[in-house]
Design a protein around this ligand. Structure first.
Ligand SMILES: C[S@@+](CC[C@H](N)C(=O)[O-])C[C@H]1O[C@@H](n2cnc3c(N)ncnc32)[C@H](O)[C@@H]1O
Length: 288
């Protein structure tokens, strides 16, 4: 009961960008690129400005989404039943991590983490367990403080660190501009993982873009951080260095563009899609 005697107040998210729709948020811009409806003028303006410099961006978003589906299905079939999915994105009616994992393991457990209030709002409706044996939790938190995520009751009540866990960081680390911060996040999140656990990451890169595209995109992002946030595509050497810090063992095929990470697991028409269109690296590693 609240002090005025009415019904309990709904929790109000305090992190991220709040409900100010005049400011672009990565989750809504990504939704725009994917053809969704949960986006606003500022998200579309940023999305269009980026697409004007890098026309592959919509393909990159679609292929990143496809990669996530493949990795979760692969990990679940490999015996993983627990997932920590940070940077969840706006949930869809199906094909979220728990939809895929619980179709394979009805007792699968998933903790979703995001800092966007729109994701939070949808999570109440769409991110719930399909099975009484499974469990799904949602945590409104920032990946910038990974220790807080691991200490949160949503995590500790859901995930049993004596059994393997898959930590999923799809298209989220490239919103953090500082390499040292990213290294700290990766090492903190993977340190408590028991043998058999998995780290799966996807991350934007400039590596495959033609020079003119790379220059145009870099200039646009650098000149308008207030419009685009701080997306920070990284090159292979930076990512290799960051992933090596986790001391996990890479799973074949290693660090590759999304479209080259085990494409046979999810056959769909990919005619003409190039590494430059995808421009996001996939990487999966395991604690032996
Ligand atoms: C490009 S979307 C990727 C969504 C999903 N992981 C996928 O690959 O389809 C990035 C997501 O990361 C979230 N995000 C961005 N910065 C974040 C932060 N500092 N902490 C938590 N989530 C963040 C955004 O809100 C958004 O939902």
């Amino acid at each position: 009961m609240n002090p005025t005697g009415g019904s309990p107040a709904q929790p109000v998210p305090t992190r991220g960008f709040g409900f100010d729709t005049s400011i672009m948020h990565p989750a809504r811009r990504y939704d725009y690129w994917l053809g969704g409806k949960d986006n606003f003028k500022a998200d579309r303006a940023s999305g269009n400005a980026i697409a004007a410099r890098f026309p592959g961006v919509r393909t990159a978003a679609i292929e990143n989404r496809n990669l996530g589906r493949r990795v979760v299905g692969w990990a679940a079939r490999d015996g993983i039943t627990q997932f920590l999915d940070i940077g969840t994105g706006i949930p869809t009616p199906s094909n979220n991590t728990h939809d895929i994992a619980q179709a394979i393991h009805p007792d699968a457990r998933v903790v979703y983490v995001d800092n966007d209030p729109v994701v939070l709002a949808h999570a109440r409706a769409l991110l719930t367990s399909h099975t009484p044996r499974g469990r799904v939790a949602y945590l409104d938190a920032d990946i910038g403080d990974p220790a807080a995520i691991l200490a949160a009751p949503e995590f500790t009540d859901t995930i049993d660190l004596r059994r393997p866990v898959a930590v999923l960081l799809f298209a989220v680390l490239h919103f953090l501009p500082d390499d040292n911060h990213v290294r700290d996040i990766l090492t903190t999140l993977t340190a408590p993982l028991p043998p058999g656990s998995i780290l799966a990451v996807s991350h934007a890169t400039y590596d495959y873009m033609p020079t003119s595209t790379r220059k145009a995109l870099h200039t646009e992002l650098a000149q308008h951080p207030e419009q685009h946030g701080t997306p920070t595509p990284r090159i292979r050497e930076q990512l290799s260095d960051l992933y090596t810090a986790t001391s996990l063992t890479p799973v074949a095929p290693g660090l590759v563009p999304t479209i080259r990470w085990r494409p046979e697991l999810e056959p769909h028409p990919r005619d003409g899609v190039t590494d430059a269109d995808a421009s996001i690296y996939a990487y999966v590693a395991r604690r032996p």
